[in-house]
Write a protein that binds this ligand. Structure first.
Ligand SMILES: NC(=O)c1ccc[n+]([C@@H]2O[C@H](COP(=O)([O-])OP(=O)(O)OC[C@H]3O[C@@H](n4cnc5c(N)ncnc54)[C@H](OP(=O)(O)O)[C@@H]3O)[C@@H](O)[C@H]2O)c1
Length: 300
């Protein structure tokens, strides 16, 4: 399939290729969790800093981190060193542990990143909350941070309908985003319908679960066939399938070649029939790839 030439920009005086479409690039984020997570290691990871800078150079302007991953210093260092103005980058971080003092948690995160604000701040997961009131209180704290300009947007992650309910009852402002595990084997129709009703944008992680955790599963042959048709690799098909549903995808890789390939998602679209076939094949299997913690066993 023919692709249009990609525009270039200058970083540190060097021309670097950008993906073709700004909106598409913002829909595809570079994650610093999973294979990069460095819990308990206080040392700055130079390989991660360099990979983030390389990702930015390729056109990933959306960077995802979390206090839990202990990668905020690396993200901040890459932002400082990459040569792009802060305003061109979209930085997300999350609070997982200090859920009862969220302003303190964001203060610590900003200080590690050496930033004045984040573009998106998320409550990482609802599983530690003991009552609906605790969720409402935490969300009110998030609203306060947005009002102060410390977080441009606020949202949640891994919230199911039951966890969103207290927010719906007491919020001044809806979460902009719910970042959830989503892939053909976890399509979450009930949660997606609730989010649509309340105008909460779905963004995802775990897009490549079918390749990584269930090789040989029901979508594999079809994903391979579509990869052949669009002349891309399988990950790009799995990501495009989500992005065509309006879902922003956070992914990652330790390989610069793979990261470059991922950006090919911006160069094609699946047809409605291909979307529907992937939905159908994926629905044959349920795989929950993350959060094996108490209270998180509901597949929705
Ligand atoms: N909010 C949450 O609770 C939550 C949970 C999990 C993750 N996240 C965020 O989302 C980001 C991405 O999560 P994820 O790692 O689950 O993303 P993913 O997009 O599902 O998987 C990325 C991984 O897939 C591997 N991969 C790429 N192509 C492959 C192939 N053809 N076959 C097999 N493996 C392949 C890559 O390995 P290589 O490194 O070897 O290329 C990479 O480590 C994380 O870094 C984190 O920022 C958030």
């Amino acid at each position: 399939m023919a692709r249009s030439a990609l525009p270039t920009i200058l970083i540190d005086g060097k021309a670097v290729v950008q993906a073709s479409d700004m909106f598409c690039r913002r829909q595809l984020g570079f994650g610093t969790g999973t294979r990069w997570s460095k819990r308990g290691n206080p040392n700055l990871s130079r390989p991660l800093v360099e990979t983030i800078k390389a990702a930015i150079g390729m056109g990933f302007t959306h960077l995802d981190c979390a206090d839990d991953y202990n990668t905020e210093a690396e993200v901040g260092t890459a932002v400082e060193e990459c040569g792009l103005p802060r305003s061109e980058l979209f930085v997300t971080t999350k609070v997982r542990h200090e859920l009862y003092d969220i302003p303190k948690a964001l203060g610590a995160s900003l200080s590690k990143m050496k930033l004045d604000y984040v573009d998106l701040y998320l409550i990482h997961a609802p599983f530690k909350f003991k009552t609906p009131e605790e969720i409402s209180t935490a969300w009110a704290a998030m609203e306060g941070l947005k009002a102060k300009g410390l977080a441009r947007s606020i949202g949640v992650s891994n919230f199911r309908p039951v966890d969103l309910e207290p927010i719906f009852k007491t919020c001044k402002e809806m979460p902009a985003v719910n970042r959830i595990e989503f892939h053909p084997y976890r399509q979450r129709p009930i949660l997606m319908a609730v989010m649509k009703q309340h105008h909460i944008t779905p963004t995802s992680y775990g897009a490549l679960v079918p390749l990584r955790k269930k090789p040989g599963g029901p979508v594999d042959d079809y994903v391979r066939e579509l990869a052949g048709k669009y002349q891309v690799a399988e990950p790009e098909i799995l990501m495009r399938w989500q992005m065509d549903k309006g879902i922003g995808v956070i992914t990652t890789s330790s390989s610069e070649d793979r990261l470059k390939n991922y950006l090919r998602v911006c160069d094609f679209k699946l047809t409605d029939e291909e979307q529907a076939e992937m939905n159908r094949l994926g629905a044959k299997l349920l795989v929950k790839g993350f959060w094996p913690v108490e209270g998180a066993d509901d597949p929705e």
